[in-house]
Design a protein around this ligand. Structure first.
Ligand SMILES: [Zn+2]
Ligand SMILES: [Zn+2]
Length: 417
């Protein structure tokens, strides 16, 4: 038993896996930048009401999953459970709406939810997301989905399913709610306690419940798609038309509702068959009313978030590119150690990754470390080499060896790398 251990539901990420993570982050930055998204870094904790009001009081997140605590000045603080509310809070607080629209941002970092740990689910999990604020043009909806596909394809993830839906707006959703209440009214008794409460406050949420009994009871329930207003329908139709124009394969999923209160109109989810029940790798949609709820001017907006853990899970089956040192300098004896450090400094100045042996390590253990790091070359320096002014080099991939004068080391590796 070790004395210290990480809290339940979190994971450490270190080499070699970290290179998968960095690759995903680099590709995201590259792709999103090409579409004009700029990075926004919001704090990882916010005043609690930033989340309770935007996400909705009746959601699982707010009811059960937030890491909320009182700070030393008795303020209620919450570790962010998602990335959209902080971006919108920042957008409104800093009056970014005064700049030309739309404003396009991406973010990445840890989110926190107190969930029951299970495969692929963590209490600290990572998301990369984008938010575009300031236009309701369906072209933006299409662009964002196309960008997401480019991102996944560049990572080599091609067998994904892109599901889309429209969940209406504040004009048409009340009618749908009435129809839904009507449908559910005779079945309330069978619902779980959460859904009984949802029936009173937000019946749409029942469509999202994961309890088996509730899933059965809602079978055959009316679909939002059949009740959306003509504006929402026109918006959805032109969104789909633009996708078709881009040869984009989508699937309409009329029973997809997004879990959070603030979503309107376009909703989408990207799923992989290779992941079990938790198969969504990205999800997003419009939230045309959220900026106003934060006290800003009417500002239609759209965004998505990508689940890093699940993407890394999918990428683990491939062969990750793991960086390796160019040169490992193994030394025997004190004069050689000094010479090794001088040579290493010169090579490192040129940007090469150079590793050194350290005091007390035998040549054998130094070479074992060079192998372990997959160094391309080893340079071996001992008293004889210092006397003769010539070093032995060895290419570790095939065992090729040779000799070079000390003063030509720099040129030799510039030419060979
Ligand atoms: Zn509508
Ligand atoms: Zn339920």
């Amino acid at each position: 038993m070790t004395k210290y251990h990480a809290p339940k539901g979190v994971q450490d990420i270190y080499p070699p896996d970290i290179y998968l993570w960095q690759n995903v982050e680099n590709v995201a930055k590259e792709v999103f930048s090409a579409y004009g998204f700029q990075e926004l870094r919001a704090p990882i904790f916010e005043m609690t009401d930033v989340f309770t009001r935007s996400i909705g009081e009746d959601t699982d997140i707010v009811e059960k999953e937030m890491y909320t605590f009182t700070d030393k000045a008795r303020r209620s603080i919450t570790l962010r459970p998602e990335g959209t509310a902080p971006v919108v809070r920042c957008y409104v607080e800093n009056r970014l709406y005064n700049l030309p629209s739309p404003q396009k941002f991406y973010y990445s970092g840890p989110m926190f939810r107190y969930e029951r740990p299970q495969k692929g689910r963590f209490r600290q999990f990572y998301q990369i997301g984008v938010e575009a604020l300031g236009t309701s043009d369906p072209k933006l909806d299409a662009e964002i989905l196309i960008m997401l596909r480019v991102f996944f394809e560049r990572l080599g993830l091609k067998e994904l399913s892109y599901e889309v839906n429209s969940i209406g707006c504040e004009k048409c959703r009340p009618d749908y709610k009435k129809v839904l209440l009507n449908f559910f009214s005779g079945r309330i008794e069978g619902f779980c306690p959460d859904c009984k409460r949802r029936y009173e406050h937000n019946p749409l949420r029942i469509l999202d419940c994961k309890v088996e009994a509730c899933i059965k009871l809602r079978a055959g329930s009316p679909k939002m798609m059949d009740f959306i207003c003509s504006d929402c329908r026109a918006h959805f139709e032109s969104f789909l038309e633009l996708l078709r124009l881009a040869d984009f394969q989508y699937v309409i999923n009329p029973s997809m509702v997004r879990g959070l209160d603030y979503y309107t109109r376009t909703a989408f989810e990207v799923t992989s068959k290779r992941l079990g029940a938790q198969n969504a790798v990205a999800a997003g949609g419009r939230y045309d009313r959220l900026v106003e709820e934060f006290g800003g001017p009417p500002t239609p907006a759209i965004g998505f978030a990508i689940g890093m853990e699940r993407i890394v899970e999918l990428l683990k089956t491939g062969n990750p590119q793991i960086p390796a040192p160019e040169i490992f300098i193994a030394t025997i004896g004190a004069p050689a150690e000094k010479e090794g450090l001088v040579i290493a400094s010169k090579l490192r100045e040129k940007g090469m990754w150079v590793e050194l042996g350290y005091a007390g390590q035998s040549l054998k253990s130094q070479m074992r470390r060079a192998d372990r790091l997959s160094a391309k070359y080893a340079l071996i320096i001992g008293d004889d080499e210092i006397r003769s002014g010539k070093l032995n080099w060895k290419r570790l991939s095939d065992g090729t060896q040779g000799e070079i004068p000390i003063n030509e080391v720099l040129n030799f590796f510039k030419a060979s790398s």
